[in-house]
Ligand binder design. Structure first.
Ligand SMILES: Cc1cc2nc3c(=O)[nH]c(=O)nc-3n(C[C@H](O)[C@H](O)[C@H](O)COP(=O)(O)OP(=O)(O)OC[C@H]3O[C@@H](n4cnc5c(N)ncnc54)[C@H](O)[C@@H]3O)c2cc1C
Length: 459
């Protein structure tokens, strides 16, 4: 609990304007993209690693919980101050420190918005591929803490594949750096990888060194419409089997399509049961050859329509529709449960079939979309909580989906993390020994359990 004395200390460290205990402000930092809400005692907005260090030193001494937060767009309750304490917001640490065009790296503060970094590096002919659908508002710090993925992960990988080094403030207030500005480096344990995806439980990231790539010469976006979900799932397998790794291979079922159709005139035929959004990038000649080959590979699979975006504006329209699926589904059903399972990509047709059976068994509509190219499917359980017993039924359906996912060699979360919402389920995937090893790391770095307590591990 942050007492009045504690808040006074915070104000001395970062200035009166950068600490708030006003209820109307606290409410703004009490929720994320889940439907959960927990009011903090105070919110603090540090501007430097040194200020973060002083805050954590104080919190560690006074045993006050601190909850790191970027944009608060997380899908698993990771930034929520359950149990009370201080929310530490990184949005004032929002400088792109440098873009090094000789070494193809960028150094950024954690509060930089992902899309802003992408725009900045693209201006100098470089490319930062990780592209969560939230890229226009989520922060790089949040992306690293969640190891965010995105459509381009099929070809380029996820956030951790681009992080070369970090500056981190440990829960005790000590500041350390991990990795650095070199592509190689094997001295000691790889703490950079450990911190990627640590969900703000091991340290607060205050600086990030990112690897960049040359901007691909050309990019083409295609829409493939199928008369069955099996056709679309089969197309994913056929493309990969055909030795083509597209930049993206996004999948939407017909219900997901219906939700965005009102806002975007995509001109999808009414017979469509599923679509794939396929993007290729690279040298023009190769991209054209691959696009034609994809057409040949998927034509026998119930293809209703296959078209390429005429220009960048049309491609952006398709992507906007894809990015809006999640908010559109939330508008239709604010109570929906959103899971993000991942299976080996060849098992995508199997998991979609299993989810259909589970949907039928429990009488709950389930809408699927996501990153079919890397087997990461966003499963939206459209629960109607006004019906008696609906929550219990949905919870059992979720468990069954997780069981099916694990049976197929998959994982319960491809990119949204565990946070609060998946913590009760992790013993389904991790052994007691695995959880004990992870808890030992947490204890070693955060002996007083002050940093983002209650996350990841089941209570
Ligand atoms: C519409 C929508 C679409 C989305 N699409 C995707 C997607 O395609 N792929 C994907 O992976 N995710 C997606 N997400 C989820 C979310 O945007 C990502 O998890 C994102 O990485 C969170 O960034 P944030 O800045 O909002 O972090 P927050 O939500 O503020 O925090 C997320 C976690 O990171 C921790 N954290 C934040 N900053 C730091 C820091 N500096 N140091 C240490 N810990 C920190 C927090 O404690 C918390 O545990 C989506 C969310 C929405 C609402």
């Amino acid at each position: 609990m942050a007492t009045a004395g504690f808040v006074r200390e915070l104000k001395r460290m970062v200035g009166n304007d950068n600490v708030t205990v006003e209820t109307q402000d606290l409410v703004c930092y009490s929720y994320d993209a889940t439907q959960m809400e927990y009011l903090p005692d105070a919110v603090v907005f540090p501007a430097t690693a040194d200020e973060v260090s002083r805050i954590l030193r104080l919190a560690n001494r006074e045993k006050v919980a601190v909850f790191p937060r970027g944009a608060g767009s997380g899908f698993s309750g990771g930034s929520l101050p359950k149990g009370g304490g201080v929310v530490l917001v990184t949005t004032r640490m929002n400088r792109i420190v440098k873009i090094d065009t000789d070494n193809l790296i960028a150094v950024v503060e954690p509060g930089v918005v992902t899309g802003d970094l992408q725009d900045a590096v693209e201006k100098v002919g470089l490319f930062y591929p990780p592209d969560p659908a939230s890229l226009r508002f989520s922060t790089i710090g949040g992306n690293v803490a969640e190891c965010a993925g995105g459509p381009r992960a099929v070809k380029y990988g996820v956030t951790k594949d681009f992080v070369l080094g970090l500056e981190v403030v440990l829960p005790t207030g000590d500041i350390i750096t991990t990795g650095g500005e070199t592509y190689k480096g094997v001295v000691g344990y790889d703490l950079t990888k450990l911190l990627c995806g640590s969900e703000g439980t091991l340290g607060i990231i205050t600086r990030i060194v990112l690897r960049l790539l040359p901007l691909p010469e050309t990019r083409t976006t295609m829409l493939a419409v199928f008369d069955s979900i099996d056709g679309a799932a089969g197309a994913v397998a056929a493309i990969i089997r055909g030795r083509i790794i597209p930049t993206t291979l996004e999948f939407l079922d017909h219900s997901a399509l219906r939700c965005v159709e009102g806002e975007f005139s995509l001109g999808i035929p009414s017979t469509a049961r599923a679509v794939l959004l396929i993007e290729l990038d690279g040298e023009k000649e190769l991209v054209e050859k691959q696009a034609a080959r994809i057409g040949d590979l998927i034509r026998p699979l119930g293809l209703v329509e296959f078209k390429a975006a005429a220009d960048a504006a049309e491609a952006e329209e398709l992507w906007k529709a894809r990015r809006l699926v999640s908010p559109a589904l939330r508008k239709v059903n604010p109570d929906k449960i959103n899971e993000d399972i991942a299976v080996p990509r060849s098992r995508v047709p199997d998991i979609i079939r299993r989810i259909d059976q589970i949907s039928e068994k429990y009488g709950i509509p389930i809408i699927n979309f996501g990153h079919a190219g890397d087997g990461n499917i966003h499963v939206n359980i459209m629960i109607d909580r006004s019906k008696p017993g609906a929550s219990e039924k949905a919870e059992e359906a979720v468990r069954e989906i997780f069981r099916a996912t694990l049976d197929l060699g998959g994982t319960m979360s491809g990119e949204h993390g565990v946070g609060l919402s998946k913590a009760p389920y992790i013993p389904m995937e991790l052994s007691g020994e695995q959880i004990a090893a992870m808890k030992a790391i947490k204890r070693a770095l955060d002996p007083n359990n002050i940093l983002n307590p209650g996350k990841i591990f089941p209570v």
